[in-house]
Design a protein around this ligand. Structure first.
Ligand SMILES: Nc1ncnc2c1ncn2[C@@H]1O[C@H](COP(=O)(O)OP(=O)(O)OP(=O)(O)O)[C@@H](O)[C@H]1O
Ligand SMILES: [Mg+2]
Length: 380
């Protein structure tokens, strides 16, 4: 009997220790977490308010505890039981990362990310609720600032590109007149120099058009004009366009197309722009002696254009970034490749605006495959 009592006393003491330890743990978590935390009972009276909640709101725990939650924190939303905490208490569910607002000591509304959960007694009955909140006002301010700066950058790009276009058109016009002898016949070496000027102007024009496209994409002003056109004919034109460029670099450029003519509903000029970028990339990133194959295949609902090269390839971890604006794998000062890293970003948007997508497979040193998949529609 005496030993039973002793055992019982030991057990009670142990349980007491465990409870003390658990209480201490809870108190440490409560006072040390960076997120604001408060609890309410079933009458919506605040029963605890942690130091982080005091810091974020500027409201003292001694003032908040014992007051209704809506008076201190959420205002009307809470009074009407439409806040996340009410929903958690009503449904018994945990609610995570909900955007909301809380009031600080000055009556200002702070943007916060809220998580809530019901509190239960050992009989599993809901006895109240707990809410944690993270102040995101600094994040929101930085976000607004980023949007503002991004708009300035886009405005600037668009303005500069427009301003550059007019003088370039004039330079191109005059260089063409000069090459064609409109101001008197040129000597062969003079003709060569003026042709070079004209080619450089063309390159500048491409670059400016890309900058304009990007600013229009950012402003949501980029439009595509869909019409039925022959993709087969477009590819034949591309073959002519790139044949000499590939030959000059000693690259074998092959085109394969399925026997029947493929007609799709799309913006011919924009699809042509995508193909030009993929083929010129393949040429740019393949060393002399390499091969490039462009193929057109039709499936039942989709058509597939593959641009395959035996070029320098890309590391796997780089591939996910190549569709970002201004991203280029080689950014060294000694880089030998021209361009500003806009071609793929624009191409991806154009293809997605057509309801398609671009896939990439690549291995460093073994080459790359870019596959454009487009919805298919024939005339017949
Ligand atoms: N076929 C390819 N082989 C290897 N790397 C490629 C290939 N195509 C694209 N890349 C990589 O992806 C980057 C982005 O391509 P993107 O076409 O957007 O830009 P760019 O060709 O460098 O410049 P721009 O297209 O503006 O003239 C390239 O700089 C290159 O690092
Ligand atoms: Mg490119």
């Amino acid at each position: 009997m005496e030993s039973d009592l002793k055992d019982y006393a030991i057990k009670v003491e142990e349980t007491f220790h465990i409870m003390e330890e658990e209480k201490l743990k809870t108190e440490t978590v409560f006072s040390s977490i960076a997120e604001g935390l408060f609890t309410v009972d079933n009458n919506w009276i605040i029963t605890s308010f942690n130091p982080a909640a005091e810091k974020i709101t500027g409201i003292k725990a001694s003032y908040a505890v014992g007051k209704p939650c809506h008076e201190i924190i959420h205002g009307e939303l809470c009074k009407k039981h439409e806040c996340a905490l009410s929903k958690s208490k009503k449904t018994g569910r945990v609610m995570l990362n909900i955007e909301g607002k809380i009031r600080d000591s000055m009556g200002h509304w702070l943007p916060v990310i809220i998580s809530t959960a019901p509190l239960r007694n050992p009989q599993n009955k809901i006895t109240g609720g707990v809410e944690t909140f993270r102040d995101v006002s600094e994040l929101e301010r930085v976000n607004h600032e980023l949007v503002r700066l991004n708009n300035i950058k886009t405005d600037f790009l668009s303005m500069v590109s427009h301003e550059l276009k007019t003088p370039l058109t004039i330079v191109k016009g005059y260089s063409e007149l000069l090459v064609h002898g409109k101001f008197g016949e040129l000597l062969p070496h003079q003709k060569e120099i003026v042709s070079m000027i004209r080619n450089k102007v063309d390159k500048l024009n491409f670059l400016i058009n890309d900058l304009l496209d990007v600013s229009q994409l950012e402003f949501g002003k980029f439009k595509i004009n869909k019409q039925l056109f022959s993709l087969t004919k477009l590819l034949t034109n591309k073959k002519e366009e790139f044949k000499i460029i590939a030959e000059k670099k000693n690259l074998k450029l092959d085109f394969n197309s399925c026997p029947e003519e493929i007609v799709i509903n799309g913006d011919q000029e924009r699809i042509s722009q995508v193909l030009s970028n993929l083929i010129s990339n393949a040429i740019k990133f393949t060393n002399p002696g390499g091969k490039i194959n462009v193929s057109l295949e039709n499936g039942s609902n989709f058509i597939n254009i593959n641009v395959v090269d035996t070029g320098i390839g890309m590391k796997h971890e780089k591939i996910e970034n190549i569709f970002d604006k201004f991203y280029q794998i080689d950014t060294s000062n000694t880089r030998q490749y021209s361009g500003i890293g806009l071609g793929l970003a624009i191409s991806k948007d154009i293809i997605e605006m057509h309801g398609g997508k671009i896939n990439v497979k690549s291995e460093p040193g073994c080459g790359s495959t870019f596959s454009v998949i487009l919805p298919y529609k024939t005339i017949n």
